[in-house]
Design a protein around this ligand. Structure first.
Ligand SMILES: [Zn+2]
Length: 89
């Protein structure tokens, strides 16, 4: 497995509203785990982080503006109905 195949993206998911926001992408597995461990206690009720594997590095600098992230979420989360993207967590 190459380095790029292990890249992760992080979203925060609000299961009450069925909304998500993109938190970060192009993260190593270690960085993603550290982020989730650090920030999970600060999430509001009903929210949780979801970490997804990226198929490839994303070129957009910011995850919240990244189309590849949105496509990965649509393909990989298996949430029904599809959650709605919001800009802020
Ligand atoms: Zn991305």
């Amino acid at each position: 497995m190459t380095q790029s195949e292990r890249l992760k993206l992080i979203l925060s998911y609000d299961r009450t509203r069925n909304e998500y926001s993109l938190v970060a992408h192009n993260q190593s597995a270690e960085a993603a785990d550290a982020h989730v461990a650090q920030y999970t206690p600060h999430l509001r009720d009903g929210c949780s982080f979801i970490v997804l594997v990226q198929g490839r590095p994303h070129r957009t600098a910011a995850a919240h503006a990244c189309r590849a992230c949105r496509e990965t979420v649509a393909r990989s989360t298996h949430l029904q109905p599809q959650p709605k993207l919001i800009k802020e967590a």
